[in-house]
Design a protein. Structure first.
Length: 281
């Protein structure tokens, strides 16, 4: 990444927005949970549609199915199916990522470049988060698809690609988001616009790099096979690869819009919640 422009004198609120992990860990954890829960409730129906398309066998047939009037009537009652575990999982998700990420960043060597510290703290927090919360995400995925509950053995289906996506994704998102926030010029009255653009850009770039892992994870979560996670990961990866690389991007036409909008809204809400709870953070 090119060097940042010379910093100018900024107030506490501005610095809080430019570094997502600035301030106390508890404040960042609470802000992450509140912003994620707010945005998830508004965009949850899109996530349900995306899950149905991702687990379909062919993108064209999936699109045609969801666009038919009969299918939409059947899908309507399911648009908020799994909302409770989803809100719980996402709120805890962001709370751990920002709270634990803050703690990890404070422990990283100060001589490291800021981007490296952001990436390391994001990846470390994501690994811990995925290990603890993956079962809740599995339950949400199966509820969205109207599938039966799986036993304890199935709660960690898709854990390997989920960890790879989460750790890599958070490292990319946090380092890129903070870099853009610091690099973009500061104009009074347009702070929300800057947060919106930085959140959208960082989220879209991150998702482009990690979306295949998400498709693989959801397909593994939707299976009730009781074999080991490692063997299932290899089997499903082989199956998806036979369908071509683009098989991993089934449902992306829905997700691309959702990811950009959700990332933008979450970044704006995160900074707003943080500033509202502690104006001088």
């Amino acid at each position: 990444l090119p060097p940042l422009p010379p910093t100018t004198q900024r107030g506490p609120q501005s610095m809080s927005g430019r570094d997502a992990l600035s301030g106390p860990a508890l404040l960042n954890a609470a802000s992450g949970a509140l912003s994620s829960g707010t945005v998830l409730f508004l965009l949850f129906p899109l996530d349900v549609c995306k899950t149905h398309i991702q687990t379909a066998g062919h993108p064209v047939s999936a699109t045609q199915t969801l666009s038919s009037a009969t299918a939409l009537r059947k899908l309507a009652p399911q648009l908020y199916r799994g909302l409770t575990p989803a809100v719980l999982e996402h709120s805890l998700n962001r709370s751990v990522l920002f709270g634990l990420g803050t703690v990890i960043k404070d422990c990283t060597p100060k001589q490291w470049p800021e981007t490296a510290r952001d990436a390391a703290s994001g990846a470390g927090a994501a690994i811990v988060k995925t290990t603890c919360l993956h079962p809740v995400d599995t339950i949400k995925c199966r509820w969205q698809l109207g599938q039966a509950k799986c036993g304890l053995h199935g709660l960690y289906n898709g854990f390997v690609p989920a960890t790879a996506r989460s750790a890599g994704g958070m490292a990319i998102w946090l380092s890129l988001r903070n870099y853009l926030e610091r690099a973009m010029p500061e104009n009074r009255g347009s702070e929300a616009v800057r947060h919106f653009l930085c959140g959208a850009t960082a989220s879209v770039v991150t998702d482009l790099c990690t979306f295949p892992f998400d498709t693989l994870k959801k397909n593994l979560q939707a299976t009730s096979n009781a074999s080991g996670v490692y063997s299932k990961s290899r089997s499903m990866a082989s199956h998806l690869w036979k369908g071509g690389f683009w098989r991993f991007y089934h449902g992306y036409w829905v997700r691309l819009v959702m990811v950009g909008l959700k990332g933008a809204m979450e970044n704006v809400c995160y900074v707003a919640w943080k500033g509202w709870m502690v104006p001088d953070a």
